[in-house]
Design a protein. Sequence first.
Length: 202
Amino acid sequence: MKKSLVMLLCATSLLLIGCKGKNDFENSKGNGSDNGYEYIDMGLSVRWAKVNIGATSQSEIGSYFSWGEISPKNTYSPDNYHYTGTTKLPLSDDAANMNWGGEWRMPTISEWKELMSIDNCIWTWTTEVGMKGYKVESKKTGNYIFLPAGGFHDISRIYGYNVYGDYRTSTNSYNVPVISETEYSFTGSSGYVGMPIRPVHP
């Protein structure tokens, strides 16, 4: 009887684990994962990924993406950029959803502004494993993410690496978040330019 009960409990545990994706979890701080990619609960309207697309640690830049394209390239120029839209990406053209699956997607400008708000988070310029960037700590949960300054990729060269960093949003191709030691705000850009992406999760 005791052996049967133990086997039943084990089977139930395996069934519950199997209902989630590979390595998925959610802990008491609201942090968890979807499709094996971790998210951090910042106490905001969305949870923020722990790393950029293509990165395996917080200090890595990961891959660069033109707006509306779902794969990185060796060269980023107007000649090899063919996406015609400029506002509000559909999920089929969302690099976060297409690369990570699950409920992952690219953040909107509004979600970036929420993260940048001094009412929500403390932004501290620092260095992690040799990479400069911002430690963004939630005032609501105490959790944090690190945003590395990976610059941007234009033609065949990366500009501003380890000095400043531009990030892609799903809202439009021309207004992008930019981080540097002196600011975290928004700047203008072109859709063909390659930039890192920090995904978000509901």
